[in-house]
Design a protein. Structure first.
Length: 203
């Protein structure tokens, strides 16, 4: 039988975390747009009203799902910003972000390929995006750095979408696709960095 909302503080916290874990699994399986609160309720064996007690909307639940990733990304950015040299800041930003993606590859692949998720995150946490761009652009001050940061961001997004849409084999295939996207994007960044510098900014 469907369960009601848990009333104790400890129980409520456990229930909330179970809902987040179920949401991650269903987002990975069906995408954010393809997952409803009713589907989450059915998966965990709750009534929809019990889910509504913890999360009133899918967007609120999505916020809880991505909150740990956002907090970790903030720590990566803050650590990078505290480093003294520009190359060290950019290197820490890139290596930290790649590590974050690889360890959360299934969820990150789904989030990166879902326009609804991207729009919501941009509207709420655009400051993080701007700080990442500055860390990458500052390695080459001036117009060159901004151009490269924009191109690198496009390449990472392009590779993520391509490998995400062509992945097969369920969660394991999504994980492999994300790893391939990171490797492909890294190679393209190195290549495009050279050609952009030589073509437009070589002295």
């Amino acid at each position: 039988m469907p369960s009601g909302a848990v009333t104790t503080t400890s129980g409520a916290t456990d229930t909330r975390q179970r809902l987040i874990d179920i949401a991650v699994r269903l987002f990975t399986r069906h995408s954010f747009a393809g997952t409803s609160l009713q589907m989450i309720a059915d998966e965990i064996g709750f009534t929809k009203a019990a889910v509504y007690h913890h999360f009133h909307t899918r967007e609120e639940l999505l916020g809880a799902v991505v909150e740990p990733l956002v907090r970790e990304l903030e720590r990566i950015i803050e650590t990078a910003e505290a480093l003294r040299s520009r190359p060290a800041r950019a290197e820490h930003m890139l290596s930290g972000y790649v590590d974050l993606v690889v360890r959360n590859r299934g969820l990150m692949s789904v989030l990166a390929g879902d326009p609804g998720v991207i729009d919501m995150l941009r509207s709420q946490r655009d400051d993080l995006v701007q700080r990442q761009v500055r860390l990458l652009a500052d390695i080459d001050p001036g117009p060159g750095g901004l151009v490269k940061a924009a191109v690198f961001g496009f390449l990472i997004t392009l590779m993520g979408c391509y490998h995400g849409y062509t992945s097969k084999g369920g969660a394991q295939g999504v994980g492999a696709a994300t790893t391939n996207a990171v490797v492909s994007a890294s190679i393209l960044i190195l290549t495009f960095n050279y050609f952009i510098t030589e073509a437009f900014f070589a002295r």
